[in-house]
Each structure stands twice: as C-alpha cells, then as structure tokens.
Design a protein around this ligand. Structure first.
Ligand code: AMP
Ligand code: ZN
Length: 162
C-alpha cells in the first residue's frame, strides 16, 4: 500500500467511526473492538487498489468490460475509446508488461494470442481485412503497462500510422 492509499483508508475509517459513533456506545464494551475490526475490514475491501494493473483488474472482473472472448490464456474485450468500428483489445491473462518484457519471449504466451485473434476475427464484420497494433513503451504510444494487441477493423486503414 502506498502513502496515498494509506491516508485514504485512514480517512475512511475515521469517517465511518464518526458515522457509527453514537451507535458504537450502545454495544457492550466487549463487542466494541469487534465493531472497529469490522469497520477496518469493510474499508479495506472497498478501497480502490490504485497501484494494481488495470488490465489485470479487468481480467479478474474487478473492473467491468465488454468481453468478447476468453480462454485459459487470453481475454479480449472492447476498447473503451474505439478508433474504428471494431476496436478490441486482446490481452494475455498472464501479466507481461510489453513486448520487451523477457516473459514475452515465451511462445506459450504469444501463440494463444494470435490464435485468439484469428478466431475472434471470424465473429466481427472485418472479413475484408483488419489491423493488429502493439504499442511498446512510452514513445511507442503504450499507455497501459500490460501487453495488449489492438484489433482494429471495419474501415479502410491508412499508412503510415500517426
Ligand atoms: P495503449 O495506448 O496501446 O497502451 O492502449 C491502451 C488502450 O486501453 C487504449 O486504447 C484505451 O482506450 C484502452 N483502455 C483504457 N482503459 C480501458 C478500460 N477500462 N476498458 C477498455 N479499454 C480501456
Ligand atoms: Zn496486468
């Protein structure tokens, strides 16, 4: 937990203790510690996990997404800010930062991604063609540090990309 998350949790605990302050005194003293423990637990459960990877949280279902494909190795979902009529993100389940991450050299990681792309492409109106884009690193345009493949289609693509 970083300092910001720590402060956030402490502030939430204090405000909850204020809310239940008058009620708390109605509990027998032997139960009052237990009330405090429950408050701390509830706050921990509901605190945002600010450090955790966005796509790992999508994979775990902690953040909603429009999922179109899932198997043991790969998840695919609609990009929240589509750049084409079809814009999906195809993501390995295993957390790998980007193509330069040594873990990405494992063929058991990349082969399932490309097989998923082939399979998914049959379910969308992109039979005339599509583009697969991987942004790597800041200058490559990567903004989410979990390896992902943009699958774009449904309109003619221009070249060179911006
Ligand atoms: P990149 O810039 O290559 O790292 O791509 C990251 C992509 O993730 C962008 O196209 C974003 O629109 C997309 N994105 C960010 N947050 C979400 C989200 N919660 N659900 C779906 N796509 C997202
Ligand atoms: Zn991740």
């Amino acid at each position: 937990m970083n300092a910001y998350e720590d402060c956030f949790q402490k502030a939430m605990i204090l405000s909850w203790q204020k809310v239940i302050g008058s009620e708390r005194s109605q509990f027998p003293s032997i139960l009052q510690n237990s009330v405090d423990t429950h408050v701390r637990f509830a706050v921990q459960c509901h605190s945002p996990k600010m450090n955790e990877c966005l796509f790992c949280r999508i994979i775990k279902g902690e953040i909603p997404s429009k999922i179109v494909f899932r198997n043991e190795f790969v998840l695919a979902f609609h990009d929240i800010n589509p750049q084409a009529p079809v814009h999906l993100l195809v993501v390995p389940i295993k957390h790998v930062e980007n193509l330069k991450d040594p873990k990405a050299s494992d063929s058991s990681l990349l082969v399932p991604v490309f097989n998923a792309i082939r399979e998914i492409s049959d379910s969308f109106p992109i039979s005339k063609g599509f583009r697969v884009v991987v942004n790597c690193g800041r200058e490559g345009g990567q903004t989410v540090d979990h390896l992902h493949f943009h699958l774009l289609g449904g309109r003619p693509m221009s070249w060179p990309p911006g």
